[in-house]
Write a protein that binds this ligand. Structure first.
Ligand SMILES: Nc1ncnc2c1ncn2[C@@H]1O[C@H](COP(=O)(O)OP(=O)(O)OP(=O)(O)O)[C@@H](O)[C@H]1O
Length: 296
């Protein structure tokens, strides 16, 4: 495990190249994790400019995710989690640093390349209502990316729509209905199905269960695990709640006011958190033995 002072408790140096996990192994959902990172973020900084003044939202953040792995990015509101997710998705301008995806620097990818990348890098956000077009049936919503990226025949599109509905546990008839005809949890399943339709390698999940009731949260988290097992997809899983990521993430990166203050395997972070801020987050998540010390 490593903290932001560059030291690690296994004696190795913290050059940001890993976030504490071994180079290969098995992810929390039982997927074997390859050695080469799928996503390799190096010294990433993003500043927002207001009235000519730049305010850093994240500073020199490094993390990597291997194929089939889930890395959780946790921290309180305003710590910069969404900014990092948006940078990976190309939705915000990077001030400094690199984002390597499959070995390619995508930090400044735009236009046609960004469109192509959207097949491989998808997102699920907190609010499915905001991300699903209420005027489209679920079938139309799921078919849209297929139509944008390929000229598949109608029958091929319909088959894929049914496949992804089945993957997220919804019946084929769901394709003919509108988002408003589903519960919040079902709507999030539809949003996940849409993220899956192009068979991406990575999904940025930004607080995807925060708006759901606790029992529904558990079902959707299980779904994320099952989907990873079935498809080998990787997740960058953003949450303010350490309890949410416990059974899903193999590794955890803790962000505090734009800086990585701690990173390690989920087991390490839960058993032996080094930074007071991480211990505060553990206490907030109701983890026994974690003192509610202040990070300030
Ligand atoms: N578009 C923007 N313009 C200016 N400042 C922004 C913008 N987006 C975010 N910020 C600022 O950047 C910082 C990090 O915000 P960010 O949304 O990334 O944090 P977060 O950890 O995801 O928090 P939350 O969970 O509340 O979204 C905050 O201080 C926020 O006010």
């Amino acid at each position: 495990m490593s903290t932001n002072d560059g030291s690690t408790n296994d004696g190795s140096t913290n050059d940001g190249s890993t976030t504490g996990a071994s180079a290969s192994g098995v992810s929390a959902s039982g997927v074997s994790v390859a050695e080469q990172p799928l996503l390799d973020i190096r010294d990433l900084s993003v500043s927002y400019h207001r009235r000519g003044k730049g305010t850093p939202a994240i500073r020199d953040v490094s993390l990597d995710i291997r194929p089939g792995e889930t890395v959780a990015l946790v921290g309180e509101s305003g710590s910069g989690k969404s900014t990092l997710g948006r940078a990976v998705l190309g939705l915000t301008t990077v001030t400094q640093g690199t984002i390597l995806f499959d070995g390619e620097d995508i930090t400044r990818a735009g236009g046609a390349r960004r469109k192509e990348l959207s097949k491989s890098v998808q997102a699920v956000f907190q609010d499915p209502n905001g991300s699903l077009n209420p005027a489209l049936t679920v079938g139309q919503t799921l078919a849209e990316p297929l139509r944008v990226h390929s000229r598949d025949e109608r029958a091929v599109v319909l088959k894929r729509v049914r496949e992804v509905l089945a993957l997220v546990g919804l019946p084929a008839e769901a394709a003919d209905r509108y988002p408003r005809q589903f519960s919040g949890g079902q709507r999030q399943r539809i949003a996940i199905a849409r993220a899956l339709v192009m068979a991406p390698k990575l999904i940025v999940c930004d607080e995807p269960v925060s708006a759901l009731d606790l029992s529904v949260q558990a079902q959707v988290l299980n779904l994320f695990s099952d989907l990873q097992r079935e498809t080998g997809v990787s997740y960058l899983f953003i949450s303010h709640d350490l309890a949410v990521v416990r059974h899903l993430a193999q590794r955890i990166v803790v962000l505090y006011r734009g800086d990585v203050v701690e990173s390690g395997t989920t087991e390490e972070v839960y058993a032996d958190a080094q930074h007071p801020y991480t211990r505060k987050l553990l206490a907030a998540a109701g983890v026994e033995g974690a003192p509610a010390t202040s990070a300030r």
